[in-house]
Design a protein around this ligand. Structure first.
Ligand code: PLP
Length: 366
């Protein structure tokens, strides 16, 4: 590991740029390196982050409270939980904060794996978090998507057996961007045995007009809804997410999180609180994403790339009829995308960035 001071300062500078704090005079100190004006910065279309965030009010909250960082400030978590309970129309006992929704997925994994068995997940779906389950000895049961690239709920139900401890539904699904309707999901949830924990991951639901399934947590103690501030709220690096579940489930998860509700820094919690109040920012991001997404889908289609209709801030498309070396072109032009998710059909995913970034992306592959 490199420990020299210059490297550390450079990393810090990059972090500060990433947080959008470059305009804070006290942080713009000489010695903190930033890319020179003529440096070609990469276009990052890889991890479905929000290219516009954090919201100005979240930035201000972080800047205004930097000097709070010397104290634990245990009182901030209850304030945020109260806000989240109000927003989601549940009680405070139904919420648990985590360092990103990844920590929530981890806690549920540990809870579900306390008994040996298997877990059921669509394929492809968001699966980076499942290494915890694998390390805890759980067997993975992968269920292929339908031809339309949606999660096949009938097949997911059929895959559940008496040893299934956990079933994961990503809605909308990453990487395909497809959305399941509330009724279909509610029907599925009611068919899952009580002994199987269900995660519905709503990381991208804010990019749709669909409402959350939160009210089902009252009647389904085995249901956990995972939420994040990393996507439409633009706080990916701040690491803040939360679970909504029945209070008996929240109590069980709480026992697995040593510093309950406080694995997230005070600054991130304050940024989240400010973000919740900045509704204009969220609706602006929604509209900007929709416009850039429509543009990109229309241009990709002209380039013979079949696109799956997206309900998110990313697009799943096929390179099967694309004649050039897509990945080489991206690399040569300093654009970061992802790889191939499904060999058959050569399906890949691109995050929707700003309109300018998407124009650059399309010019690159034309
Ligand atoms: N869930 C889904 C579907 C995601 O795509 C991601 C990140 O890309 C996460 C969860 C993790 O998000 P967080 O930053 O909240 O840990």
């Amino acid at each position: 590991m490199r420990t020299d001071r210059r490297f550390w300062i450079k990393q810090m500078g990059l972090g500060i740029v990433g947080l959008g704090l470059t305009r804070i005079p006290s942080l713009a100190a000489p010695g903190i390196s930033r890319p020179a004006a003529n440096d070609k910065l990469p276009i990052i279309l890889r991890s479905n982050e929000n290219p516009y965030g954090p919201s100005p009010s979240a930035q201000k909250a972080i800047a205004d409270h930097l000097t709070f960082s010397n104290r634990y400030h245990w009182d901030i978590a209850p304030q945020l939980i109260e806000e989240l309970a109000g927003k989601n129309q549940v009680s405070e006992e139904n919420i648990l904060l985590g360092a990103g929704s990844t920590e929530i997925l981890d806690l549920v994994s540990k809870y579900a794996a306390s008994k040996p068995g298997n877990y059921v997940i669509a394929d492809p779906s968001y699966a980076y978090w499942t290494s915890t389950l694998d390390h805890l000895g759980m067997t993975k049961i992968k269920v292929p998507l339908t031809a339309a690239k949606t999660i096949d709920l009938a097949a997911m139900s059929a895959a559940i057996n008496t040893d299934t401890r956990l079933v994961y539904i990503c809605n909308p699904n990453n990487p395909t961007g497809t959305l399941l309707g509330r009724e279909a999901l509610a029907g599925f949830i009611s068919r899952v045995p009580q002994s199987t924990t269900i995660i519905v991951d709503e990381a991208y639901l804010d990019f749709t007009r669909e409402s959350s399934l939160t009210e089902l947590t009252g009647s389904h103690p085995n249901l956990v809804i995972a939420k994040t501030f990393s996507k439409i709220y633009g706080l990916a690096g701040a690491r803040i997410g939360y679970a909504i579940a029945h209070q008996t489930m929240i109590r069980q998860l709480t026992e697995l999180q040593s510093n309950t509700n406080n694995s997230v820094s005070v600054l991130s919690k304050l940024a989240a609180l400010a973000s919740l109040k900045d509704e204009q920012f969220v609706s602006d991001c929604y509209a900007l994403n929709e416009k850039a997404r429509n543009y990109t889908i229309s241009e990709l289609t002209k380039l013979h790339c079949t696109c799956i209709p997206s309900h998110t801030n990313f697009i799943y498309f096929s390179l099967a009829n694309y004649p050039k070396d897509f990945f080489k072109l991206l690399e040569a032009n300093n654009i970061q995308g992802t790889g191939i998710y499904e060999e058959q059909g050569k399906w890949t995913r691109i995050t929707v960035g700003t309109m300018q970034e998407m124009r650059q992306f399309i010019r690159t592959i034309q």
